[in-house]
Write a protein that binds this ligand. Structure first.
Ligand SMILES: [Zn+2]
Ligand SMILES: [Zn+2]
Length: 100
């Protein structure tokens, strides 16, 4: 059976290097729900193609038709990146980053 989905779904638990939270991955988890920081592992969302592994700092949030887009900048290579927020993200932080 061949399944050529571009998005690689992997269950990955990790400890957030920014705040130390233990994050349970669900296969789509690409950032810490507690502090919203992420890790530079993707070139395109979900592909895990980057070897940078730098910490991705959330710089702002854009609200779009009821959904939230998190904008990141990698501390190592300054790569800019955008992901969708997850339902368990810390909402107070999202609000703080809106309209920055
Ligand atoms: Zn964190
Ligand atoms: Zn990077």
């Amino acid at each position: 059976m061949t399944d050529q989905r571009k998005f690689q779904r992997r269950i990955e638990n990790f400890v957030c290097e920014n705040c130390g939270a233990e994050v349970k991955g669900n296969g789509f988890t690409d950032h810490c729900p507690v502090c919203l920081w992420g890790r530079h592992v993707d070139v395109n969302p979900g592909d895990r193609a980057s070897s940078c592994r730098g910490m991705m700092r959330p710089i702002r949030v854009e609200a779009k038709s009821g959904k939230y887009l998190l904008y990141y900048k990698c501390k190592e290579c300054r790569h800019k990146f955008r992901v969708r927020s997850a339902p368990n993200d810390e909402f107070d932080l999202i609000i703080k980053l809106i309209n920055k």
